[in-house]
Design a protein around this ligand. Sequence first.
Ligand code: GLC
Length: 726
Amino acid sequence: MLAATVVVASAATTPIYLDESRPIEERVDDLLPRLTLDEKLAIIHAQSKFSSAGVARLGIPTFWTDDGPHGVRPDVLWDEWEQAGATNDSCVAFPALTCLAATWHPELAHRYGVALGEEARYRGKDMILGPGVNIYRTPLNGRNFEYMGEDPCLASLMVVPYVRGLQSLGVSACIKHYALNNNEHERHTTNVVVDDRALHEIYLPAFKAAVQQGGAWAIMGAYNLYNNEHLCHNRVMLNDILKRDWQFDGVVVSDWGGAHDTWQAINNGLDMEFGTWTDGLSEGARNAYDNYHLALPYKKLLLEGKVPMATLDEKVRRVLRLMMRTTLATRPRGSMCSQEHYQTARDVAAEGIVLLKNDKNLLPIDPARHRRVLVVGENAIKMMTVGGGSSSLKAQHEILPLDGLRQRLEADGVTVDYARGYVGDPTGEYNGVTTGQSLKDDRPAAVLLAEAVEKARQADVVIFIGGLNKAAFQDSEGDDHKSYGLPYNQDQLIEALARANKNLVVVNISGNAVAMPWRGQVPAIVQGWFLGSEAGTSLARVLVGDDNPSGKLPFSWYERLEDCGAHSVGDYPGTRRADENIWDEHYREGIYVGYRWLDKNKLKPAFAFGHGLSYTTFALSNAHLTGNTATVTVTNTGRRAGSEVVQLYITDVKSSVDRPAKELKAFKKVHLQPGESQVLTFDITRDMLSYYDSNSGQWTAEPGDFIVRLGTASDRLPINLKFKLQ
Ligand code: GLC
């Protein structure tokens, strides 16, 4: 009889909030009244650098967040940015999100999210602080490498599968930085002034897609201001647009130190406060978590009856809902540093690397013809997984470009020599994680250049690997590039190499476009991105032709900085107010960002949005419109397998408002064997035809003539299918 009694008893004591067979809302309703006021306040703000409290007496675990979008950051000390010095938290560093966007391959984004989620689960993290989807408005932005390019459609279609993949592991995404954080200079004090159409047509769509199609469980407020309110507690952006209009049921997390005002933090939509600098804006160990805006100051106002308990309960509901989805859910265990994860990293890199130019088919390197290869440049030997700000990682390994090329080419008996060419940033440390590299080289620049040029004369082919790095004022959080040109006199070196050897390949490692004054003298140019743990392997595979490149640019590559709207009229980086430390940055270019700006002003980029070559060729044919469906056949007309991205843009021939000449509205990537064809269909929806009407606040598709434009780059759209919207 005892056994039966015990069974009955245990079934009766499982509280509803822990019963996963119940709907989440029912579990939240059961748990909320069980919490004391102090417990409610404890779970809506940080208790350490990256965690917030659970409720121990009810068996609710601590909630752990961690950076970042490209891999799981090493554990830090309880209340410090410094890494804790653990020896079991080295991770896989996946390619940066600009590279992922350049794959134009949503299924890969899902695989990326799953792999990152598995690493996060294994490391006991309940929320990854990413992905970032801030639009690439200026090529100077230090953090563009963490984001998905200039176009809202591309960023939307790539972020949704990433979020779904990540959250399928029971790890919350935290979409950032919501919103209008499009450059780093004065990021805490910049008040962005932007018209409603640009806000809704350009800067918000990827966040909206992540929330509504991706089902994101959390979103991170940005540091900057909009309507003179910080985005971490911004009434219009959080209460009105995110929670009312988009019906977001998740949690708004502050950026670390992004909350500045108790009253606004309470009333303007903030749900979890992290990183606040209490104690007179001091950082670090003196953070007194009880002094957070959503801690004792909040409790005081509640007890004085100055703010309603209902507002607190709404925040707590959202946090409890997040817990039901993560710490209180049965979840996969995850895995770390598995071969599957490394393969995902290699696949993203292989499909994200962009072949920008390839005159005389210099690439791929042919071991039979190219017996002596010279590699030049610091980025061939410099680790890029350490540094750059919060996305910095402690990678289990990082295969460098030179090592990857040597490993691949010497297997075919090719001699691979190296010359430094220039010295850029020989350091390599971030929050206590060091690369262990000694890149110091005191030789004068002229000596380095002369050595590279002399060796170039002897080589069959020269591969220059340079670009930017993760040092301050380069591709790094916290500030922007000082200029559009390459640093460290690389232009002079590239021009000298081009004179010394006509078989020159330039590989640019960066998350941004840079000026290329030598472009006409260089037969082959590759955009190499920050590729993570498998950088060298992936780059070598593409340069030698084991992988056929299929990446397409996720942003326009301006010839000159003044060809970019943000720098032509757009007021970057804004103007400091006379009487306070606030910068007003007017997005005067409005909706005309990237190719939209170039089209409007009839400017030609060095390389267009959506551009990318292949080692094979493709043709489009049999395009037609049947009803709302556009159909086109794509054929691999070359001699080797490869992938192509067919892109669909829409032109509104005549509208009552000014609209861009064309806008990306869909794309499909196909992999084809030589001679193989595939028929692609695209459903044309009203949404694709609509613009945001600032007066009505609605999306509107005006009757009239439209054109569906199909091609393989924004400047290569040979097919135009006209139709009339009734
Ligand atoms: C940083 C970044 C944010 C990051 C957070 C925690 O300042 O802006 O992207 O997730 O703080 O490191």
